[in-house]
Design a protein around this ligand. Structure first.
Ligand code: ADP
Ligand code: MG
Length: 263
């Protein structure tokens, strides 16, 4: 069942225990001499209600890190603690069932929680309202634009009643204008619902636009290179001078990391 907003708000002040905590996490794919170290000794935490952007060059282990937090794979070393919180994941491709309506796609998340019949349809409609897709429930995914499909994906994530959202370059395939709109939507929903978000991107401005903090991963293997607190008031505009200035500084640092690895 959906936790009322008041309880979620209380959850935000439940002390200093992180919503997500990684302690010395390493991940090597394969065995022995053929082993590929993807992550090396990564320690990182996300506070309840915090929005953390995870930034790094492609291949540095960002998706690996998210799959470990989601419990889809196990670390080779180290510990991950999500305190049994419910976690939802969003990918670059929305992964909707094409033969189901938009509403039925969202209802899938409610069905597994045992929500039946009319209540399930009503709740799906509410989640579609939240992402500003009220009235689109009877459409099929192919009838929607890429940005709208990502909204459906977000509605489905919310319907899972998760309070931790893991996002893997979710807006990477969208045009700039659609992406900016979805940044606004995500920021609004994140604040209203008190979600804890770990948002992966290789887009520096996007990381600064959204994050309370930007964590920069180095490449091969991925390590935390540096963390940047983002002290810019919200709501933010991706093209504002303050976002651009911090993004430029982080880009310099990212460039050093990439050069260090000879690419
Ligand atoms: P990113 O998301 O930052 O682009 P990934 O986490 O996808 O990086 O990949 C990190 C490294 O681990 C890459 O070198 C990639 O080729 C490798 N890798 C990722 N998944 C697997 C896998 N299932 N098996 C073997 N190697 C993998
Ligand atoms: Mg990836």
């Amino acid at each position: 069942m959906t936790t009322p907003l008041t309880e979620r708000a209380a959850g935000r002040t439940e002390g200093d225990r992180p919503a997500i905590r990684l302690d010395g996490v390493s991940k090597t794919y394969g065995q022995g001499r053929n082993g590929l170290p993807a992550l090396d000794n990564v320690s990182l935490s996300v506070r309840p209600g915090e929005f953390v952007s995870l930034l790094g060059a492609s291949g540095c282990g960002k998706s690996t890190l998210l799959s470990l937090v989601a419990g889809l794979d196990r670390p080779t070393a180290g510990r991950i603690d999500t305190q049994g919180r419910k976690i939802a994941m969003m990918f670059q491709e929305p992964a909707l069932f094409p033969w189901l309506t938009v509403s039925a796609n969202v209802e899938m998340a409610l069905r597994v929680q045992g929500v039946a019949g009319k209540e399930r349809r009503d709740r799906a409609a509410e989640f579609l309202e939240i992402v500003h897709l009220g009235g689109f429930g009877a459409k099929r995914p192919h009838e929607l634009s890429g940005g709208m499909r990502q909204r459906v994906s977000l509605a489905r994530a919310l319907a899972q009643d998760a309070d931790v959202l893991l996002m893997d370059e979710p807006f990477g395939a969208l045009d700039a204008m659609t992406r900016d709109l979805l940044h606004d939507e995500l920021e609004r929903i994140w604040q209203k619902r008190g979600l804890s978000v770990l948002f992966v991107t290789h887009n520096v401005r996007e990381a600064v636009r959204l994050g309370d903090r930007v964590v920069l991963l180095s490449s091969r293997p991925g390590r935390v290179a540096e963390e940047f607190p983002v002290g810019i008031d919200r709501p933010r505009v991706i093209d504002s001078p303050r976002v651009a200035t911090l993004a430029a500084a982080i880009t310099d640092r990212l460039r050093q990391e990439v050069l260090r690895h000879g690419r």
